[in-house]
Design a binder for this molecule. Sequence first.
Ligand SMILES: [Zn+2]
Length: 168
Amino acid sequence: MIIDQNTVVSLHYKLQEDNAEGELIEETNGGDPLTFLFGVGQMIPEFEANLEGKSAGDEFAFGILHTDAYGPYDDDAVAALPLSVFMFEGELDTEMLQPGRTIPLRDEEGRLLYGTVEEIRENEVVMDFNHPMAGLDLYFTGRIESVREATQEEIDHNHVHGAGGHEH
Ligand SMILES: [Zn+2]
């Protein structure tokens, strides 16, 4: 079976910055493979475009420019917020407030957004609301482990059931 719309794909991958010599960003090798329903918008479109037509056992290696991945890095998405934003019941959550940590916050409209702690100053915290991979050119290598047809239920739910997916 080849990878196409409404197939369930399991693969192992290694993600590096720029190219095969670039810094390691993440990898599934040694852990569970990534399993996803193909063609429903869960993955970066360019990632799926590079996998379409492959089958179990095939290996892959391709790059995706940041403009086709998580977009350019936006300097305006970095903001200094008052320390009071990070107070819970009058106390600072020092366990959560660590440089490099990604934490959930709510904006004025109550929308949930994620930011990474950049720097903690005396009265404010510099937060970076860019996606952690914003501005990075991505390089993927890996191997397709399995491809199967999605069930009607999986297509209806827009996600994978069973191993590597939703258990319900
Ligand atoms: Zn479901």
